[in-house]
Design a protein around this ligand. Structure first.
Ligand SMILES: Cc1cc2nc3c(=O)[nH]c(=O)nc-3n(C[C@H](O)[C@H](O)[C@H](O)COP(=O)(O)O)c2cc1C
Length: 187
């Protein structure tokens, strides 16, 4: 493999931006296709391809967000929190789910592979100069939301990935002290 210092730099500097702060322009159709190809080029035990990606443009997001209050149950505070974070300008939303129903690999691994899809999408979008935010909130775990999205209750929604351009540059956030989480294993 050829060294790619640009990739290392991107990984060391990438930051999310709140979904509500994402604006036009979003990825072009060609960029989106590349983002999706990067997103699905991930480790996947037994090559199951358990994931599914739904693409929601601005109009579909508006419909989706408008339906959320009618589907919400439980703690009203979580709905208020969602509505305050609502992405009103993000050009693109990708909803990544995983069926994780195959018995050829552990279910947890099929879900983890879906998480890698999400992260690859975020990195590929960043490589094109876009910002993103990975959200789950309550609506990733709500069966009525799944029903609205045509996702069966046996599937798991791994992430709502909002993607767009930055309306501001996010501040850096603290990163882990490696000495606290990395150690040499000696047996
Ligand atoms: C699986 C997963 C679910 C998340 N769900 C939410 C969420 O529901 N609400 C939220 O505010 N942040 C959520 N986050 C965190 C945001 O994506 C956050 O912006 C991000 O962790 C910031 O870190 P970064 O700048 O290193 O990307 C989630 C992150 C992950 C990995």
């Amino acid at each position: 493999m050829n060294p790619s210092p640009e990739t290392i730099d991107l990984l060391l500097t990438r930051r999310s931006l709140l979904a509500a702060k994402l604006i036009e322009p979003g990825p072009t159709q060609g960029e989106l296709e590349t983002i999706l190809r990067c997103g699905t080029r991930v480790p996947d035990h037994k090559g199951i391809n358990p994931w599914r990606i739904q693409v929601a443009d601005r109009a579909t997001q508006d419909t989706f967000h408008a339906r959320l209050p009618t589907l919400h149950s439980g703690d009203p505070a979580s709905l208020a929190k969602t509505l305050s974070k609502e992405a009103k300008t993000a050009p693109l939303l990708l909803i990544v789910s995983s069926q994780a129903t195959s018995n050829r690999a552990p279910r947890s691994e099929q879900l983890l592979s879906g998480a890698v899809v999400c992260q690859n999408i975020i990195i590929a979008a960043a490589a094109f100069g876009y910002r993103s935010q990975w959200l789950t909130e309550w609506f990733a775990y709500n069966d009525e939301v799944k029903n609205l999205l045509g996702i069966s209750t046996s599937e798991e929604i791994i992430g709502f990935l909002y993607i767009g351009s930055e309306s501001e540059i996010p501040k850096e956030r603290p990163r882990p002290d490696l000495s606290k989480i990395v150690s040499k294993l000696e047996l």
